[in-house]
Design a protein around this ligand. Structure first.
Ligand SMILES: [Zn+2]
Length: 399
């Protein structure tokens, strides 16, 4: 048995000085975080955020007016490409220090990716239900979840369903999923109140019934679904990109999601944004960014940790990469590299190639563009607008 030592640590969301932790590995770091980061909402097959032409008022307006460079349904049905996209997401997640990730999107491709990798984060599979060509119905998704959960519910993974939204999954599917699927122990996730308050509508759909199981609402910008018994995974980076606003208070948020891991990285990369938006106690932010996702999805976290050779302050800026990552006490990232020697820049190159492969194989015909550069520029613009807004607000409060 070895000893992990650190100047500073975050243990279950609490700051601890001079940590000495028995572990299979013997090493010293400046910062250790236990458990590692959780990404409670990620679309692994999104290679184009559809950000050109924004900002929009809400998700429905965005979905109806965005112009994608790729054909999303064609990517979903290209099992080979879709699973290689998910492999890249899982590798990127580990190299950024994300030890748990919840994946929406194509279930078969996501499972295939999970099985292709020897080392991986813990994964929650949430196949997306949508009443649209190319997406499964609730019945099909639940049947797939049932089959998969028989051999995957072992602590390394869990399965549930993801309702795209009240509008696109349909009220009947929402009610059935929330009342019947959740009561049978399936995790249910759903986009909710992404620019339009929807908790009231959900209350009507539920006919006053309380949600019986574990339901994770994603975004909750416009109201608070806590009263209905729902958890809330906030995605500040994509909210700022698409709508130039995000949920006002940290209260009610139980975890964070990245939404588009291929384009803007997973949750630890967004720590600087999260810290800038909510300016609350670091422990509260870190508890939600680490333990939060594990609690939302009822996942074990024993032996999941990330270790950095920079200070906690630097980690919170969102640009530091961990030197060591462990999942279930197994080393998955060592000296900043995956066990096969792949580095962060190798994986970013791989992602770039995959995005361009998707553009080439499945063009929408609507427009051409570089979705990686577009997402990066949109995030930059959103942060700049927010910063200028902040300056404007502080100037007006002085006058
Ligand atoms: Zn989403």
């Amino acid at each position: 048995m070895g000893l992990l030592e650190a100047d500073q640590a975050i243990i279950y969301g609490r700051i601890v000085e001079n940590l000495r932790l028995p572990s299979p590995v013997d090493a010293y770091f400046k910062t250790i975080i236990l458990p590692g980061f959780s990404d409670a909402h990620a679309h692994p097959q999104v290679v184009d955020g559809g950000v050109v032409g924004g900002p929009w008022r809400n998700s429905y307006e965005w979905i109806e007016s965005r112009r994608l460079a790729v054909d999303e349904a064609a990517i979903r049905s290209d099992l080979d490409l879709a699973s290689r996209l998910t492999v890249a997401v899982l590798k990127r997640a580990l190299l950024e220090g994300t030890t748990l990730i919840a994946l929406t999107g194509a279930l078969e491709a996501n499972i295939r990716a999970f099985l292709m990798l020897k080392v991986r984060p813990r994964v929650v599979f949430l196949p997306t239900v949508m009443s649209k060509k190319g997406w499964p119905s609730l019945g099909q998704a639940l049947e797939a979840a049932r089959r998969v959960s028989m051999f995957l519910d072992d602590g390394s993974a869990r399965v549930g369903v993801f309702l795209h939204s009240i509008k696109y999954a349909g009220s009947d599917a929402v009610r059935e999923a929330l009342v019947s699927a959740a009561s049978k122990g399936f995790i249910v996730g759903m986009h909710l109140s992404e620019g339009v308050p929807e908790s009231g509508r959900l209350k009507v759909i539920l006919k006053g019934q309380k949600v019986p199981g574990r339901v994770v609402a994603v975004h909750c910008i416009s109201d608070d679904p806590q009263g209905l018994g729902l958890r809330c995974a906030a995605c500040p980076a994509t909210n700022l990109i698409l709508y130039r606003r995000t949920r006002k208070t940290l209260k009610g948020i139980t975890s964070f999601g990245s939404d588009w891991p291929l384009l803007i990285g997973t949750v630890p990369r967004h720590l600087g944004i999260i810290k800038g938006v909510w300016r609350r106690r670091l422990e509260e932010i870190l508890a939600k960014a680490t333990l939060g996702g594990y609690r939302d999805y009822g996942m074990p976290y024993s032996g999941d940790l990330v270790a950095f050779d920079v200070s906690l302050e630097k980690v919170l800026e969102g640009s530091a990469l961990p030197r060591l990552v462990m999942v279930g006490w197994n080393v998955v990232v060592n000296e900043g590299e995956l066990l096969d020697g792949e580095s962060y820049s190798d994986v970013l190159k791989e992602i770039r190639n995959l995005v361009f492969e998707a553009l080439e194989k499945h063009p929408s015909g609507e427009r051409v563009g570089d979705p990686l550069a577009e997402a990066e520029a949109a995030l930059h613009d959103a942060l700049l607008a927010r910063h200028q807004g902040g300056i404007a607000a502080s100037l007006s409060s002085l006058s």
